[in-house]
Design a protein around this ligand. Structure first.
Ligand SMILES: Cc1cc2nc3c(=O)[nH]c(=O)nc-3n(C[C@H](O)[C@H](O)[C@H](O)COP(=O)(O)OP(=O)(O)OC[C@H]3O[C@@H](n4cnc5c(N)ncnc54)[C@H](O)[C@@H]3O)c2cc1C
Length: 202
């Protein structure tokens, strides 16, 4: 990233110096974003379909390749939340609070039952010779899928700013927090600049 910025002056650094760290902060602060596109992250994500629907809305600087339910049979694995919550307040300004234990257990049982029955129906349709691309229509949004996700540091910061945030749904927030931990570990100065700029991507 530093060298992507320094090429403007036909200069290059071999090792990261304090001056370079200062430059990263300057670039982030002043929203000179394009040098932050010169980096590469690739993740293998396993997540329920409803999380993937949210994730794949992030377009700029992201690439996705997903397991195909047309070409191979989906495995009977679906998400049942530990954290069952109720929404309080108005649309756009909801807050979420845990439900009582009995409601939590009932909800989890309903989701388990529905998921199990859906996968039984899926199996029945496949046994009758129905194409996988048609039979999958009975499966719930909680079905797990997996995909490669590649992005650059700038697009990752934008994603984390929106999705590792209290307004994002709990489940995608877990994905974003995990992804952000890699940014923090592998690009600590860029991550620090992101935090210093109130989690707004340059
Ligand atoms: C809390 C929350 C609630 C949401 N609720 C809904 C909802 O109810 N319904 C819904 O449909 N979506 C919803 N979304 C998705 C949201 O609208 C965005 O699609 C998603 O967050 C991706 O953001 P983005 O477009 O900035 O990211 P990217 O697609 O990665 O784009 C990054 C940036 O590139 C620029 N850009 C990209 N594409 C274009 C373009 N075509 N034209 C101009 N500039 C572009 C913009 O500056 C954009 O911010 C929600 C998102 C969040 C975080």
């Amino acid at each position: 990233m530093v060298n992507a910025a320094r090429v403007s002056f036909n200069q290059e650094s071999e090792e990261l110096s304090d001056r370079d760290v200062g430059l990263i902060g300057f670039l982030a602060r002043n929203r000179h974003g394009s040098p932050f596109e010169h980096g590469y992250f690739r993740f293998l994500v396993k997540a329920p379909i409803f999380v993937v629907r949210e994730h794949h809305r992030h377009r700029a600087g992201h690439a996705y390749n997903e397991w195909s339910g047309r070409y191979s049979k989906l495995e009977p694995e679906f998400y049942v939340p530990d954290y069952v919550r109720t929404q309080v307040g108005k649309p756009g300004a909801y807050s979420f609070e845990p439900v009582d234990e009995a409601t939590r257990e009932r909800t989890r049982r309903e989701l388990e039952e529905t998921g199990r029955r859906a996968f039984e129906a899926y199996e029945r349709l496949l046994e009758q010779g129905v194409a996988k691309e048609v039979a999958r229509g009975v499966l719930p949004l909680s079905t797990y899928t997996k995909y490669f996700w590649s992005c650059n540091p700038r697009s990752l910061m934008h994603f984390c700013g929106l999705r590792n945030h209290e307004s994002a749904q709990f489940e995608i927030r877990q994905v974003a927090a995990a992804a952000e931990s890699f940014l923090e570990r592998l690009m600590p100065h860029t991550h620090a600049a992101f935090l210093a700029n109130c989690r707004v991507a340059p």
